[in-house]
Design a protein around this ligand. Structure first.
Ligand SMILES: [Zn+2]
Ligand SMILES: [Zn+2]
Length: 187
């Protein structure tokens, strides 16, 4: 019944491979009967017919859908008048937000199945690499992966937002990479 083989690693193809062949006479309904791998398309599957969603999807879909459109908006924002780096802040923020949403649901609140959780990650509704960091001690609140990339920082090994509040001279900060106001674990 709940064969996980239905959901395993949807290929991220950059071509529309949803074939209509072979359905002559049958209305292209949303029947979940045979979602064969060839019918999957790219990008998060918001409102795509022909995909079998794991149980519980309908409960998280509104939130993911909203975050998805926010992300689209942020990506398409012409960012007039903003500094170049600032224009990227919303993207990092939303990425953090949606990853945290799924992380909490699965690891803390235990309200979604592993199957659904993995499905969402496979569909790029969350950042798998960022979540992997949150499981490590000292990185539980990490804002984004850029802020721990040492090559981006000329003199120090971590971004200012990674420095615990009590060790910072300035109490109110906003890091240049993602606009983080501080994400050290103890803060
Ligand atoms: Zn940070
Ligand atoms: Zn930072």
């Amino acid at each position: 019944m709940s064969s996980s083989s239905l959901y395993r690693s949807p290929p991220r193809l950059h071509a529309n491979r949803r074939h209509r062949a072979g359905v002559t006479g049958a209305a292209p309904t949303q029947s979940p009967a045979h979602p064969g791998p060839g019918r999957r398309s790219i990008m998060p599957k918001i409102k795509t017919s022909g995909v079998k969603y794991p149980d519980g999807w309908e409960l998280i879909e509104p939130t993911l859908s909203e975050l998805h459109s926010k992300m689209r908006e942020a990506e398409n924002d012409p960012h007039d008048g903003k500094r170049k780096c600032e224009a990227l802040w919303p993207i990092f923020k939303i990425n953090h937000q949606r990853s945290r949403y799924l992380y909490d649901l699965y690891y803390n609140r235990k309200e979604i199945s592993k199957e659904l959780y993995e499905f969402c990650l496979d569909q790029d509704h969350a950042d798998r690499n960022l979540i992997a960091k949150w499981k490590k001690q000292g990185y539980e609140r990490l804002c984004c992966l850029r802020c721990i990339q040492t090559r981006d920082h000329n003199f120090v090994t971590t971004c200012v937002c990674r420095v615990p509040k009590h060790l910072r001279e300035e109490q109110v900060i906003e890091c240049v990479h993602c606009g983080c106001k501080g994400c050290a674990s103890g803060d």
